[in-house]
Design a protein around this ligand. Structure first.
Ligand SMILES: C[S@@+](CC[C@H](N)C(=O)[O-])C[C@H]1O[C@@H](n2cnc3c(N)ncnc32)[C@H](O)[C@@H]1O
Length: 394
């Protein structure tokens, strides 16, 4: 996810900026979702966990951020992702995916496909490479985004649309190349605070009619998942949904690989003593800020990924590699693809070069964004991790 926000190497949230105010019609949709959230808080006795709030704010059918009809991703939306920034991201990834497609791994499964841009790019490029998957299967929780994906694939790759199908859940057992770009950061997280040597769970309550934070002692299960050596007043997030998804993959994947792209860190950086306000971040119209209670349903809410937690719960899958995005894309040949366009052709070259700079620069997406891959039955090293594999750091 890329916006005017910057991503500091150690702390915290970007300086809060005032996001532009939505129009009254849009605010009315948010008010409907607020009424539903308020009712749930009241029914629950005055408090819900932040994970539940985030789930409602992002995924409540028809009203949540990803489920309602507004444009979210891309120039006219709230943030830009790597596949939206440039087709070179998907075309570079296609080289890695082409290596992994073989006789007994013929499908791709994409998790959380957003507008469908990566699917369209991968399909068209894999066709050019002569490595088309038999099926391109998309697991998408948002009905609205499913529709947008269908439309975009029909526009950009009509000859391949028949290969694309949508899943309601992961198949019980399957072989595939699984891809997820910025899916894990969009999963609901618990929020915790350390106080008097114990973990408290930060949840959501109503105070004078407004949404507000309130704490409860963390359950034994949450406490067990947290580091014990952090100082009082430390606040952070815990994503249990991402390792659970990986666990499901571990149980169901017969053969193949799963590649996840996202922003985040290994545990020792994620729980860095200086990162004491966590990584929760909200995006509205390319403005990043730290207030998840602002206009529920209208803004994105996200937290960085703890990649060590993923590696620790891979349920029998092999860890195939872990690298920063720049290293992965360079290993897969992004600069070769860029050099296919003559620099003298400024109209074509300049936007591609500028996007590559954003994807690779350590000050932009190159260092904060990581790629982690798991697999089963994959004997050869992945080209994306040939140099700069940092699996040892997890
Ligand atoms: C930040 S967007 C990224 C979209 C797209 N991959 C891209 O890079 O532009 C997160 C996507 O994940 C989807 N999503 C969130 N949780 C999911 C889950 N458990 N299973 C499948 N999709 C999910 C959202 O609906 C949305 O499409």
């Amino acid at each position: 996810m890329f916006s005017l926000a910057y991503y500091p190497a150690v702390p915290v949230l970007p300086t809060p900026a005032a996001p532009p105010r939505p129009d009254p019609e849009t605010l009315a949709v948010s008010a409907q979702l607020r009424a539903l959230i308020d009712a749930e808080i009241t029914t629950a006795g005055g408090w819900i966990g932040f994970d539940r709030y985030m789930h409602l704010a992002l995924y409540e059918p028809g009203l949540g951020y990803y489920s309602a009809g507004s444009r979210k991703i891309g120039g006219g939306g709230d943030f830009v992702t790597a596949p939206e920034l440039s087709p070179l991201f998907g075309r570079t990834l296609a080289r890695q995916v082409a290596d992994l497609i073989r006789e007994d791994v013929t499908d791709i499964v994409e998790l959380g496909a957003g507008r469908g841009t990566l699917a369209a790019t991968l399909l068209t490029d894999l066709e050019t490479l002569g490595r088309l998957p038999v099926r391109y299967r998309i697991l998408e929780v948002s009905a609205d985004l499913r529709q947008r994906q269908q439309q975009l694939i029909l526009e950009r790759a009509p000859q391949l649309a028949a290969r694309v199908e949508w899943l309601d859940e992961l198949p019980a057992s399957f072989s595939a190349v699984v891809i997820g770009n910025e899916v894990l950061d969009a999963m609901p997280v618990h929020r915790l605070r350390r106080a008097d040597g114990r973990w408290l769970e930060l949840g959501v309550t109503l105070s004078d009619g407004q949404l507000a934070w309130a704490t409860r002692p963390a359950t034994a299960a949450l406490t067990a998942a947290m580091p014990a050596d952090l100082p009082d007043d430390y606040e952070t997030e815990l994503n249990l949904a991402a390792p659970a998804l990986l666990g499901e993959l571990g149980r169901r994947l017969i053969r193949g690989a799963a590649l996840f792209f996202d922003y985040g860190f290994p545990a020792h950086e994620y729980f860095h003593p200086q990162r004491d306000r966590g990584t929760l971040m909200c995006h509205y119209r390319h403005t990043a800020h730290g207030d998840p209670f602002l206009w529920p349903g209208l803004q994105d809410i996200t937290a960085h990924v703890d990649f060590s937690a993923l590696a620790a719960t891979s349920h029998g899958l092999d860890l195939l590699g872990y690298a920063n995005q720049a290293q992965f894309l360079i290993n897969c040949g992004i600069t070769d693809l860029l050099s296919e366009v003559p620099a003298a052709d400024a109209a074509r070259y300049a936007p591609l070069a500028s996007a590559v700079q954003k994807l690779l620069s350590p000050a932009e997406m190159g260092e904060l964004f990581k790629v982690i891959a798991f697999g089963r039955g994959i004997a050869s090293p992945l080209r994306g991790f040939i140099r700069g594999d940092k699996s040892h750091s997890l």
